[in-house]
Design a protein around this ligand. Structure first.
Ligand SMILES: Cc1ncc(COP(=O)(O)O)c(C=O)c1O
Length: 374
């Protein structure tokens, strides 16, 4: 077996995908870990705060679950998701059958082009600086990918699928109503699907993010639109694998029809936990406040240490630069025991930025602030 060929000389699927980005950070991680006061890991953005007892109880209460769950999700889950989107984000007109649970949003993004039947003839548009799984999903389907933030960059091309991500990972940029309206109208004229990744929609700081399904954006017409939501960050449920899609009922029905065959079911106890999380806004506010506090501590410390913070008006990350290649900035931070993500993970335009996550305990954030300002 070789790097490109696997069993019986077949091409390796993994060789057609980019290097798994986090696997490339071993050396800088070792450097950050050697700090006498320990590492402050602000790289992956994995939540660290306790899961709300309310959610844990719902999970435990549903744990006697010998049968298969449904791919569609329980009626209670679909209703809870539609109600939460209305309550939290003003999204109206979502019927229960316009919602579909996913085993974490990453799974759905990685397989969305495949589930929709896209292939080599199809073009998928991803943001210039983007969560890498959009591209991975296109590659798994054999589709073509183009990075573009402006519709004018697309010329006469007719994409099959356009990804939006506001607030953005990694930049924290928020797309305004006018921008979103233009994309929706442009996509509709060309029969393109718009998949709006709204995993960070609840984390607006200096700007108010809005959903593609909000009536101000789509005039109440969800045709061709999918909003992708995650409970990983807003409810600290990354370990449960809990996400969902909502939007065009026809697209949701098609995704459901294929996912049923593929066994893409969210476990029953997790579905029950999701209902508890979606029905309760209190724990979500508390989590949001924790991130707001950490941002308020970290942002001025970075500025004081000579960083420029770009965008970052919303979301879970600070998009920071010292005007030098991102690996140099990472090394500078690793010398202070702070591990961050290189901007180049997210696209060539990120080569001089690092992405700094707000996902560390208050104690570790305080340590980072101390090291940056000492
Ligand atoms: C933009 C974006 N979309 C999707 C995801 C995946 O989230 P989940 O934990 O629901 O798989 C992430 C996770 O970091 C993300 O940053």
């Amino acid at each position: 077996m070789s790097a490109e060929r696997s069993h019986a000389g077949r091409p390796r699927r993994s060789a057609t995908l980019p290097t798994f980005p986090w696997d490339t950070l071993a050396d800088v991680t070792t450097r950050a870990r050697s700090h006498p006061d320990g590492i402050v890991d602000l790289s992956v953005g994995s939540p660290v705060d306790p899961v709300s007892p309310l959610i844990r109880s719902a999970l435990a209460a549903a744990s006697a679950s010998p049968g298969y769950p449904t791919t569609a999700g329980t009626p209670a889950l679909r209703a809870a998701a539609a109600n939460a989107l209305q309550r939290r984000f003003g999204i109206t007109g979502l019927a229960e059958h316009a919602v579909l649970p996913a085993i974490g949003t990453k799974e759905l993004i990685a397989w969305l082009p495949t589930l929709l039947g896209f292939g080599p003839d199809d073009l998928i548009v991803v943001p210039e600086l983007a969560y890498p799984t959009y591209e991975v999903g296109a590659l798994l389907a054999g589709a073509r990918v183009v990075r573009a933030d402006a519709l004018t960059q697309l010329g006469p091309q007719r994409p099959a699928l356009i990804y939006l991500n506001s607030p953005s990972n990694p930049t924290g940029r928020v797309l305004g109503v006018d921008h979103l309206r233009k994309v929706v109208a442009w996509a509709r004229e060309r029969d393109a699907i718009v998949a709006s990744d709204e995993c960070y929609l609840g984390l607006g700081w200096d700007a108010a993010p809005i959903s593609v399904l909000h009536p101000d954006v789509c005039d109440g017409d969800h045709t061709g639109l999918l909003a992708l939501h995650s409970l990983s960050k807003t409810s600290s449920l990354a370990g449960y694998r809990a996400g969902f899609a909502a939007g065009d009922p026809e697209l949701i029905a098609e995704l459901l029809a294929v996912r049923k065959h593929a066994g893409m079911m969210v476990p029953g106890p997790v579905q029950a936990a999701m209902v508890a999380a979606l029905d309760d806004d209190d724990h979500e506010h508390k989590q949001r406040n924790r991130y707001a506090r950490r941002r308020a501590a970290l942002l001025p410390a970075l500025t004081e240490a000579g960083f420029t913070i770009d965008h970052s008006e919303a979301g879970l990350y600070l998009w920071a630069t010292r005007g030098e290649p991102c690996r140099d900035t990472m090394a500078w931070l690793a010398d202070r025991g702070i591990l961050v993500a290189p901007g180049e993970f997210y696209g060539p335009g990120g080569s001089h930025h690092v992405r700094i996550a707000l996902t560390a305990t208050d104690e570790r954030i305080a340590a980072a602030v101390h090291r940056l300002t000492a």
